[in-house]
Design a binder for this molecule. Structure first.
Ligand SMILES: [Zn+2]
Length: 429
């Protein structure tokens, strides 16, 4: 249900610096409470979000647009890494094969420049990632200081360009959305929600959702909601906006899974909400959490924009978490969230089974376009799925439905008491 609240000032703002000053003047908290690279904010340097507006297809904002990049077709995230699978490319190829995507609504992501990444990230850390790409090597000191080359954050050929490209997509999307009254941008490669200001963390080198939200705020939007549906806690985004009353972060994640943050009572200074769910979460439980807790919380916040992180690792077919969702549950959640804000950036996230990621994310693109993703696959779409490979024990004998369907069978089930407890707790003021 749409509300009648007028849109934020950002809709009419064209001068970025004056927009930033206006936004800052209306902050309930002084600038020194704004913990994200305040020195950059204070300089009021809008250049970091400047992208050529001609990059955007003319059909935006009337139609949702999809942001991708060919870099994901060839970039390999190190050998035997969970992210060494194909994810973004097959989802885009599938959407094209199903007739849901053409060049009038597609844009190649620009690559963010280091100075754009500095809006959130420490310049010395960004320089270390650039250097790691140039030399394909990190010293022991860099490994220790920045967590590069260890703990699932490998040195690989595109270690800078690849995350800089997904960050470029979110910066472009945040800037573009802030300039229109309403619109939807879907960036499949975004959603690197663990990235920290000064170190790699949880396969994430940069934090594109944070950069996208900052672009929205710097262009004059006043209130941004961030909903994280990934199986892991959206720790990097939550921490970036700790104490910042312009950004509501909500994370639904498996309880006690890495990084083991985000307990039920963690509100990160006030606005954050965490919904740590039990293993085996089923579609009925997820739907209840979304409709009774997440959507009302976002509605109550009256956001000027919403970012939805659609990590697919909560799906039953994913090897990295122990949740049991069907992809239909994810699509239903996205459909329920879309009307809660006039501007929406949909990003990807985790997801470590190439078939379940591609099918889920193609279905999300259908969902943002108001299409029913539950359709019979075309021969070309089936070929794209059959061409995928996965070096994992669960990929040795893939079940037939991974090739022949887009929609999973729904996984309804009993709603456990834990779920009711979570809903009650997060709705408390
Ligand atoms: Zn995840």
């Amino acid at each position: 249900m749409r509300r009648d609240r007028p849109l934020g000032k950002g809709a009419a703002v064209t001068q970025v610096c004056s927009a930033m000053e206006t936004a800052q003047a209306t902050l309930k908290q002084p600038l020194d409470a704004y913990r994200v690279a305040p020195e950059v904010t204070a300089r009021c340097d809008p250049a970091w979000t400047r992208f050529d507006p001609d990059r955007l297809p003319a059909r935006f904002p009337a139609q949702p647009i999809l942001v991708g990049n060919e870099i994901y077709r060839h970039s390999v995230y190190g050998q035997n890494h969970p992210l060494s699978i194909q994810r973004v490319t097959p989802a885009i190829d599938l959407a094209r094969a199903l007739g849901w995507l053409d060049d009038t609504v597609y844009v190649e992501s620009p690559q963010a420049e280091p100075n754009q990444l500095h809006r959130f990230h420490d310049p010395d850390y960004v320089a270390a990632v650039v250097e790691a790409e140039r030399t394909r090597h990190v010293s022991a000191a860099v490994r220790e200081r920045y967590n590069i080359g260890r703990n699932g954050n490998p040195v690989f050929a595109e270690i800078f360009r690849r995350p800089a490209t997904s960050s470029g997509a979110s910066i472009l999307a945040g800037s573009a959305l802030a300039k229109v009254q309403r619109g939807i941008i879907h960036s499949l490669a975004g959603g690197t929600h663990h990235g920290r200001r000064d170190m790699a963390w949880g396969f994430c080198f940069f934090n594109d959702p944070v950069l996208g939200i900052l672009a929205m705020l710097d262009h004059g939007l006043e209130r941004v909601a961030y909903v994280d549906l990934d199986a892991h806690h959206g720790d990097g985004v939550q921490d970036a906006f700790h104490d910042d009353d312009r950004v509501l972060t909500i994370s639904v994640h498996e309880d006690r899974r890495w990084p083991k943050t985000g307990p039920l009572d963690d509100r990160a200074g006030g606005l954050a909400r965490n919904l740590p769910v039990p293993t085996g979460l089923n579609d009925s439980e997820f739907a209840l959490l979304v409709t009774r807790a997440v959507v009302p919380l976002v509605d109550r916040f009256f956001p000027d924009a919403l970012v939805i992180q659609t990590g697919a690792d909560g799906l039953a077919d994913d090897p990295q978490a122990k949740l049991e969702l069907s992809n239909r549950a994810l699509w239903d959640a996205v459909a329920a969230l879309l009307p809660t804000a006039p501007r929406v950036l949909v990003v990807g996230g985790g997801g470590y089974n190439p078939w379940s990621v591609a099918r889920a994310w193609t279905g999300i693109w259908a969902t943002v376009n108001g299409r029913d993703p539950d359709i019979a696959l075309t021969p070309e779409a089936e070929r794209i799925l059959r061409d995928l490979t996965w070096n994992h024990s669960r990929g040795r004998n893939p079940p037939d439905h991974w090739f022949t369907t887009l929609a999973d069978r729904r996984n309804p089930g009993p709603v456990r008491d834990d779920i009711h407890r979570i809903i009650e707790a997060v709705l408390k003021p």
